[in-house]
Ligand binder design. Structure first.
Ligand SMILES: Nc1ncnc2c1ncn2[C@@H]1O[C@H](COP(=O)(O)OP(=O)(O)OP(=O)(O)O)[C@@H](O)[C@H]1O
Ligand SMILES: Cc1ncsc1CCO
Ligand SMILES: [Mg+2]
Length: 261
């Protein structure tokens, strides 16, 4: 068992700065619930979002984008087709890409099958909650929908196996986040339970990971940095005025983020 290393928060700063400096173009094929929030999160960290989804356009756009996000949250047969086309193209053009396997598991067999097909196109990073990572690696999970019900500790072994099998990086989020390449494991602690009470924090974190890996070759630390940033803004964002304000405050805090954090 590899040792778990607490990700040093100051290590995140150069990654955060690189995104602001390079303004990477992030091709997002994401779910219908979180389109606007995800675009605003990417703009707030200094990246440039583009929700390009036409079957006729996705391959061309993968070739010019800095990185790609595929999130299967509201998948149907048409969107599955564009996801598979985009992932195949990303593999061919070596465009870094992130898979967010929303709600995979025994209850939802269609998306679980498509997610398995997407895995064959070598995602650079897989980011999911513990239930999704357990299910993706073929293990039993407790969840029947997008909200995770398992602890990230219980999914750590599954994450390592997935990372090794697909030569990728796996980020599992929850009370403690873990990021692993199958050998090294970073943990990221903190955050706030309120992050689970507004929709799209995990989905937009996956988009942030796409932005961070677009601007650095050190994908393990880049992914951990994105996880750190989301947990930190969850701590800083105002929770006193209710959850609607909290969602907006996440975007405020991302845009105001500075190295004193
Ligand atoms: N119990 C918790 N305490 C603190 N932070 C948490 C907790 N659970 C999740 N988080 C944080 O919330 C963010 C989203 O993670 P989560 O695992 O809820 O994603 P998700 O289930 O994919 O979300 P969604 O599908 O709604 O976008 C991450 O930054 C994670 O660290
Ligand atoms: C609520 C919901 N349903 C499908 S995707 C999604 C967004 C959070 O994952
Ligand atoms: Mg999710």
């Amino acid at each position: 068992m590899s040792a778990i290393k607490l990700f040093p928060s100051h290590d995140a700063i150069p990654f955060i700065e690189q995104v602001r400096l390079q303004r990477p173009l992030i091709h997002c094929i994401t779910n219908d619930v979180v389109q606007n929030f995800t675009a605003n999160v990417l703009l707030a960290i200094g990246a440039s979002p583009a929700m390009v989804v036409a079957e006729q356009e996705v391959e061309d756009f993968v070739a010019v984008a800095s990185s790609l996000l595929i999130n299967i949250g509201t998948i149907d047969s048409q969107s599955a087709k564009r996801m598979l086309l985009a992932a195949a193209k990303a593999k061919q053009t070596q465009t870094p890409w992130v898979l967010d396997p929303v709600a995979v598991g025994a209850a939802l067999k269609y998306r679980t099958e498509i997610a398995q097909q997407l895995l064959t196109f070598s995602p650079s990073v897989i980011r999911g909650n513990a239930s999704e990572i357990l299910a993706l690696s073929g293990q039993q999970s407790s969840s029947k929908g997008p909200d995770g019900l398992d602890s990230t500790d219980s999914a750590l072994n599954a994450a390592k196996l997935l990372a090794e099998k697909y030569r990728t990086i796996v980020a599992i989020t929850g009370e403690i986040d873990y990021v692993t390449d199958g050998k090294q494991i970073y943990s990221i602690v903190g955050g706030d339970i309120a992050l689970t009470r507004v929709t799209g924090t995990g989905c937009s974190l996956s988009a942030m990971v796409a932005a961070f890996i677009a601007t650095s070759k050190d994908r393990l630390a880049a992914t951990a940095s994105a996880c750190f940033m989301m947990k930190k803004v969850g701590e800083l964002a105002n929770k006193q005025s209710g959850l609607g304000t909290f969602a907006m405050a996440i975007i405020d805090q991302l845009s105001l983020f500075n190295q004193n954090h």
